[in-house]
Write a protein that binds this ligand. Sequence first.
Ligand code: GDP
Ligand code: GDP
Length: 435
Amino acid sequence: MANIVAITGRPNVGKSTLFNRLIEERKAIMDNISGVTRDRHYGQAEWCGKSFTVIDTGGYVHGSDDVFEEAIREQVELAIQEASVVLFLVDAQEGLTGLDEEFANVLRKSKKPVYVVANKVDTPNKVDYIGEFYALGLGEVFGISSQNGLGTGDLLDKIIIHFEEEKEDIDKPSIPRFTIVGRPNVGKSSLLNMLIGEHRSIVTDIAGTTRDAVDAHYTAFGHNFIITDTAGIRKKSKIKDNIEFYSILRSIKALEDSDVCIVVIDASQGLESQDVNIINLAIRYGKGVVLMVNKWDLIEKDSKTAKQYEDAIRSKLAPNDFMPIIFTSVINKQRVFQTIEKAVKVYENKYKKIPTSELNEVMLKVIEAYPPPAIKGKYIRIKYITQFPAKTPTFAFFCNLPQYIKEPYQRYLENKMRENFDFEGVPIRLFFRKK
Ligand code: GDP
Ligand code: GDP
């Protein structure tokens, strides 16, 4: 289950400032990797070893004044439904406002934990100002400063109590679980309908035990698989911003419950930053990824088009460009079969175990051919490699001076691992340990 923290509150209380603070470290890394993640409104954060997804709801309402209230009300309701914890931000410098009270009216109905967070308490002596927010009737008020971090640690200590333990799904499930994600209108429902219709294949519907989603079992193209959260994908809202908000919330949850994420994009639109975000999130969760470039029928093409299109996508995703990319037309039933085949293959790769002897035989040779560069006159020797049990392929390299193995060499090793063993579509992790 995904641990989701939704930051709600009226405009200008500091939601995006808090969001940035919570995902700070992560964001710096992501920006480095992809360079296109700045307009992101959700991200991964960590506190005391527990990781969670933070959503800045403020990013999703751009409505004009008349739809504004309705949009916000609906959005807060969605946030309550989907999040594990809701943070209700108010502005300690401005004090209580009418709009805060309206938010509170919606939030009071929540069965989920709601924390009133009085932001902009920049110095400890300003804590006196937060007393008036107790009138909201939502319990304890936490004074924080998103700007300088005051009080955020105490708040996080409280929040993480509500999180479920991350289960290490290290055992291979007998049936692969896929999730289909992508922006609205790219062809996700068409794909599902084709899988259902053509092959008359929903065998059973199993109601999720802890959530309202329905996971459907499919038998198509000779494979058994489960598609998580199809109910969520079909549900629609009237308000455009909220459709996006909702679809991202559902994607995050479905993602965490699956082995392989089939990311669908529209060939005529190309890969957008939101798609890159979802792919990076899937990788961060240790999930397999298959990228489906749908509506390929709409593209005017010659013999080079697919290759050029693929190269362009890969360079946008680099270095996280290890997933299969398939050009499909669901409408013309083109290559949907290959997509499912690839997804099954990626699932196999995710749970692949390389025998220690084979691993050492291959990789020690690779290392011998191009050893890690000496640092400060010290030679670095990698002596032994082994695969760890983990939810995504994870390898420990035992060596004399692990701290001296720098990023370029790590990347070299990852590339060689991928060249020698097929890990198409799955993130792999390398660790360096002292021996
Ligand atoms: P949002 O609309 O709720 O996302 O609010 P923003 O994060 O954009 O912040 C609105 C304004 O409040 C910005 O000018 C921020 O710099 C400021 N702000 C945010 N957090 C703090 C804080 O902890 N202290 C102070 N003094 N200002 C803050
Ligand atoms: P969703 O919002 O991602 O579930 O997208 P839908 O499955 O509802 O599809 C949106 C629109 O794109 C519909 O009008 C589909 O008929 C159309 N569509 C889906 N797949 C294809 C395709 O491969 N080629 C073309 N040209 N249109 C498609």
